[in-house]
Design a binder for this molecule. Structure first.
Ligand SMILES: NC(=O)c1ccc[n+]([C@@H]2O[C@H](COP(=O)([O-])OP(=O)(O)OC[C@H]3O[C@@H](n4cnc5c(N)ncnc54)[C@H](O)[C@@H]3O)[C@@H](O)[C@H]2O)c1
Length: 262
């Protein structure tokens, strides 16, 4: 595969200080993209930037709270001021929330996750799409990090599921709007990916995540970063409005009883 077409594209990656966002930012930097790493955690974000720059790439950090629309507007402005243009954005920052039936979640939890996982994506798409179109990019792209929970609802995750279905919906709608303007809009839907988002989840829960996946393992952040690189490249210019699982077949359907040996 030839990823030369991504060289010198200017991209923002939100939540670039950890997990999936970090892997995407590092992969972009390795392929010659100019990476604006945005995160609420300055030390983690700076670590990613240092890693990219130490390996010959070009990256800057921008402290950002995606829960604050003005902070996102400042992020887009500073990216275009620093590099003179914007070609793409990866809306990755978000939080997990699970383990309880719907009635046990509070209104405050609902407002918080809607703000961090959905309103944030709208705000970032709004400001970034304007900047990408103004830049006259002929390889413009928006990638939203949704989840398999945006495709297949999961019990115990009513609020998280609602936000990720929202991300898949806004991705499709915007893809139709921007297709005539050569700006692609896609979602990546990770399954269970080994990152700090699981916090101190008990060992049994982590074992369950591996065993319920047909691939028999959790994914790595790099599994998602590979797709993000492809979607940013000119090889994916005719792919838009897609929500693509990276989940070891987790969302493909239910398993049944079967004995089969190679
Ligand atoms: N890990 C998984 O299994 C999985 C599965 C499906 C979807 N996802 C999605 O992938 C995305 C990244 O998840 P991850 O597992 O890499 O998580 P992570 O916790 O490793 O990283 C999230 C990053 O976002 C940053 N962040 C959090 N709140 C922020 C805010 N308000 N403003 C700016 N930055 C903020 C954090 O500081 C951190 O660097 C999320 O949207 C998550 O919902 C993850």
């Amino acid at each position: 595969m030839d990823f030369e077409s991504v060289r010198d594209k200017v991209v923002i990656v939100t939540g670039g200080g950890s997990g999936i966002g970090k892997a995407i930012a590092v992969n972009y930097g390795r392929h010659g993209m100019k990476v604006v790493c945005a995160d609420i955690n300055s030390s983690k974000g700076e670590e990613t930037v240092d890693l990219i720059n130490e390996n010959g790439g070009e990256s800057v950090f921008c402290h950002t709270d995606v829960g604050d629309s003005e902070s996102i507007e400042r992020l887009v402005k500073s990216a275009t001021e620093r590099f003179g243009r914007l070609d793409g954005i990866v809306n990755n920052a978000g939080i997990g929330l699970g383990g309880f039936p719907l009635h046990e979640y509070s209104i405050a939890e609902c407002e918080n996750i809607l703000s961090l996982n959905l309103k944030s994506v709208f705000s970032a798409m709004k400001f970034a799409s304007e900047a990408i179109l103004k830049s006259g990019s002929d390889g413009g792209f928006i990638i939203n990090i949704a989840s398999v929970a945006g495709l297949v609802p999961q019990s115990g995750q009513s609020l998280y599921t609602a936000t990720k279905h929202g991300v898949v919906g806004i991705t499709k709608s915007a893809a139709i709007e921007y297709a005539p303007h050569n700006l692609t809009v896609n979602a990546i839907c990770p399954g269970y990916i080994m990152t700090p988002i699981f916090g101190n989840a008990p060992k049994e829960a982590m074992q369950y995540f591996s065993s319920c996946c047909p691939a028999g393992r959790m994914g790595t952040p790099e599994d998602c970063a590979n797709l993000a690189l492809f979607l940013a490249s000119d090889m994916a210019r005719y792919i838009s409005g897609a929500s693509i699982p990276v989940d070891g077949a987790l969302s493909a359907g239910a398993r049944n009883l079967m004995q089969w040996k190679k």
